[in-house]
Design a protein around this ligand. Structure first.
Ligand SMILES: C[S@@+](CC[C@H](N)C(=O)[O-])C[C@H]1O[C@@H](n2cnc3c(N)ncnc32)[C@H](O)[C@@H]1O
Length: 274
């Protein structure tokens, strides 16, 4: 029994274009940092392979930015971006479990992209994390909001099917930990933040054979692939069954395969001290 899924950075990065766009949209709504002192301090929680963390260095080139993740595979990939940044700042990466991450310093910005859906009860940590945000600073995140879409519903149903239930039981639903946008807004406003929450459905056009299967192999399928990683026959059988379901749910069309993807965004600005 595996506790945390094994990540495959190369598989994840195969759809980097579509996956990076929501981060740009999140960044566009983050105000300038308070900069009570330099360098500005930024944390990226669940930083993954570091390509998105590196975008933070483009926006704040003189900041000291730390990416936190609990996947050794992802952190190894992220090391590629570690070191001094063009504007005199610094980028580093270190291991941390967001479930119990208790910052021991304060940040101008804590940001998290497409990671908190893996962290049960993450909204209960908002107070702890905001306590570590400097006055006038920001806590911002984006999570997928597509867990009732066919890609995820079918995965859950297949894991529950008689032929897989004993081995996969709840693994198909390991990632369903998000709240509705209005709940996020209330939780963050209750903590005294000026809060901006919104959702967007990206109508993504994917190319190639079985592109939705290829997409979920990088994310939602990680828990299942991790459980079956030492059993090639079972893994291939599962993938074949899932592929057939996805082909019906997301047929290939004239321009490619349309894969709508809902995402939820929240930007919470902490007031300047009175
Ligand atoms: C879908 S990837 C997103 C990576 C990156 N933020 C991006 O936008 O490309 C999710 C990341 O969250 C990390 N993650 C999941 N659970 C975590 C936890 N409890 N603590 C820290 N990182 C976690 C995974 O290891 C993975 O790198």
């Amino acid at each position: 029994m595996h506790d945390a899924p094994t990540w495959d950075p190369q598989q994840y990065l195969r759809h980097a274009g579509h996956r990076t766009r929501p981060f740009h949209d999140l960044l566009a709504r983050i105000a300038e940092l308070p900069r009570h002192q330099t360098p500005a301090r930024i944390a990226d929680l669940g930083c993954g392979p570091g390509n998105v963390t590196a975008l933070l260095a483009e926006r704040w080139p003189d900041a000291h930015i730390t990416g936190y993740d609990n996947s050794p595979e992802m952190l190894k990939e992220a090391e590629f971006y570690a070191g001094p940044t063009k504007g005199g700042g610094h980028l580093d990466f270190t291991t941390a479990d967001a479930a119990d991450w208790a910052p021991d310093e304060s940040y101008d910005l804590i940001v998290s992209n497409a990671a908190l859906q893996w962290v049960p009860h993450h909204a209960d940590s908002f107070k702890r994390w905001l306590d570590a945000v400097k006055p006038g600073g920001t806590f911002a995140f984006q999570v997928p909001g597509n867990f009732t879409s066919p890609s995820h519903a079918l995965l859950g149903e297949l894991c529950d099917a008689p032929q897989w239930r004993d081995r996969l039981d709840s693994h198909g639903r390991r990632f369903v930990h998000i709240l509705q946008p209005a709940d996020y807004l209330e939780r963050l406003a209750d903590l005294g933040c000026e809060t901006d929450v919104w959702e967007t459905t990206y109508v993504q056009l994917l190319q190639g054979d079985d592109p939705v299967l290829d997409w979920v192999k990088g994310t939602a399928l990680r828990p299942v692939l991790t459980v079956l990683e030492d059993d090639t026959g079972a893994r291939e059988a599962f993938l074949e069954e899932f592929r057939d379901l996805l082909r019906k749910a997301y047929p290939s069309g004239r321009h490619g395969t349309v894969f709508p993807f809902r995402r939820i965004f929240a930007v919470a600005r902490k007031p300047e001290a009175a």
